[in-house]
Design a binder for this molecule. Structure first.
Ligand code: HEM
Length: 505
């Protein structure tokens, strides 16, 4: 072997080594990129179309039904695209609880909705995040409690309002009427007395226009026009519904500013009448102490009040309407409630204290909230940081829908998820039992701020009405014909219907 051979052999040896090295490197790179892909596996979901995402797959009766179907295929954590918007959906009791309760910080931010953001610009309590949200949520909770939430003062206000409501119902003398507007007025007045410090008469045009405008706005927010606007504003801005929404909001803003200016003129810091007074006093205190970056400014006041009014009226009155409708639809259950009420309370006024002695009635109210599932996907949340959840990677800032309806209808939690079955909340001895999967107010950091107020309202309104009236379908309509199909909007309300309130006393 000459020198040349030796050189050739050594060079091929080197190139072989080189080639092996390159191969190893490729292997390393690809394997590490595979493993990082493995670590960052995002929640699965149906393939989206460009621009439209998965919109064409959505059930027109309500996209939350489609989301339940998709969860059967993709599991309890999956991705869908609403147009260009990517959303991670969480379904079923275990998953929703694990996210909202066990990972409360990560899943506790609020996502923006375009039309809402145009109105509130991140002010107020429902659509804000960070320190501003923390401060205002604390302020709202403390003050609603100070002005009676969860206490006797509030109970008395609700009882008083019930009497005004019953006067109106009596005037119908058993004739069929639509329950929507009058229940909205009654429920609204509870928020009014806590926020503004006074209730209003049902024929006060200022009050009725405020309530009617808020109701109409909520109806519009839930319409497909506004949903198109939120996803494709360049199309949606031409819709009359979008323009009407802006108009109604401007009118509500103006009306509230008028109410505030009257409250400012008559403000007595020693005797706050409601949450607005307390806010104005706090604002003054901050100004006097020279605090310049205070959260107690006019926009936060305006948005907090408008949002409490909207969040506290529609939800509760829609639930009451479902309650009365279920009673008319299932007369045997109505009679059982009335028998329990007359046995335990008789003809005196029902009080919150009585609840523990009224297990069947309590179960009926809980079952109403469960089956009505009025907030099927709560309000949109957003992740506050990158997270690996149930093995899936979810990026910071991703929109998350906690699918409350799938919790309230979870087949592994409820014996008869799709029927009105008060026994879900009763043990074998007829005692009331709490159920963990009862989550109509959501859970975690963003849990409904008005839960205790709402629960008190539902109990007092429904029991007092059922003590005095029997609710039936209108003449010529059978119980079977009463339609339980919900109308999809911001919340799930009953289809338009009328009921008769037949006086029992
Ligand atoms: C039956 C009646 C009610 C139901 C079913 C209900 C349900 C809900 C739900 C599902 C949420 C969203 C929670 C989340 O994002 O995870 C919410 C939020 C909220 N609710 Fe209620 N609600 C009711 C009554 C009320 C009342 C009476 C008030 C007024 C005092 C109120 C004030 C709020 C506020 C301010 C928020 C936003 C909380 C935040 O973002 O921190 N709600 N509610």
């Amino acid at each position: 072997m000459g020198i040349l051979d030796a050189v050739l052999q050594s060079s091929s040896y080197v190139s072989l080594l080189g080639a092996l090295g390159v191969l190893l490197l490729i292997c390393l790179i690809t394997s590490s990129s595979f493993s990082s892909q493995e670590d960052k596996r995002e929640p699965p979901g149906p393939k989206p179309l460009p621009l439209l995402g998965n919109l064409l797959q959505m059930d027109l009766k309500g996209f939350y039904y489609t989301l339940v179907k998709l969860s059967k295929k993709y599991g309890s954590v999956f991705t869908v695209y609403f147009g260009p918007k990517k959303v991670v959906v969480l379904t079923g009791y275990k998953t929703v609880k694990e996210a909202l309760v066990n990972n409360a910080e990560v899943f506790g931010d609020r996502d923006k909705i375009k039309i809402m953001h145009e109105f509130n610009k991140g002010h107020g309590v429902v659509w804000s995040n960070g320190d501003s949200w923390k401060e205002l949520r604390r302020f709202a909770l403390t003050n609603l409690k100070d002005f009676g939430m969860g206490r006797k003062v509030c109970e008395d206000k609700i009882i008083e309002e019930c009497h005004y409501l019953m006067e109106v119902l009596k005037e119908f003398k058993g004739r069929a009427f639509d329950t929507t507007q009058i229940l909205n007025y009654a429920v609204s007045n509870i928020i009014c007395s806590m926020v503004y410090g006074s209730r209003f008469e049902y024929d006060d045009p200022q009050f009725t226009s405020l309530v009617d405008r808020t109701a109409r706005n909520l109806e519009l927010f839930g319409s497909s026009y506004l949903q198109v606007y939120n996803l494709f504003p360049w199309i949606g801005k031409w819709f009359p519904a979008t323009k009407e929404c802006h108009k109604l909001f401007a009118a509500n803003r103006k009306h509230n500013l008028e109410l505030f200016s009257h409250l400012k003129e008559t403000l007595n810091p020693q005797m706050c009448r409601g949450l607005v007074d307390a806010f104005l006093v706090q604002k003054q205190n901050h100004e006097e102490s020279g605090i310049t970056n205070s959260y107690y400014h006019d926009e936060n006041l305006l948005m907090t009040v408008i949002q409490l009014f909207a969040a506290g009226t529609g939800t509760t009155s829609t639930t009451l309407r479902w309650g009365l409708l279920f009673m008319a639809k299932y007369p045997k259950i109505q009679v059982q409630v009335q028998e329990e009420l007359s046995r335990v309370v008789g003809s005196r006024q029902v009080q919150v204290e009585d609840r523990k002695n009224l297990p069947f009635t309590d179960a009926v109210i809980h079952e109403t909230q469960r089956l009505a599932s009025i907030a099927p996907i709560a309000l949109p949340h957003r992740t506050s940081q990158d997270v690996t959840f149930q093995g899936y990677f979810i990026k910071k800032g991703t929109t998350v829908y906690p699918h409350l309806m799938s919790v309230l209808y979870d087949e592994t939690e409820w014996e008869k998820p799709h029927s009105f079955y008060p026994a879900h909340f009763l043990d074998k001895d007829g005692k009331f039992v709490k159920r963990d999967a009862f989550m109509p107010f959501s859970a975690g950091r963003r849990i409904c701020l008005g839960e205790s107020l709402a629960r008190m309202e539902l109990f007092i309104f429904l029991t007092t009405l059922l003590q005095r009236f029997r609710f039936t379908p209108p003449p010529g309509v059978s119980e079977d014909e009463l339609d339980l199909t919900p109308v999809a909007g911001v919340d799930l309300s009953p289809s338009p219907h009328k009921l008769c309130a037949v006086s029992l006393m």
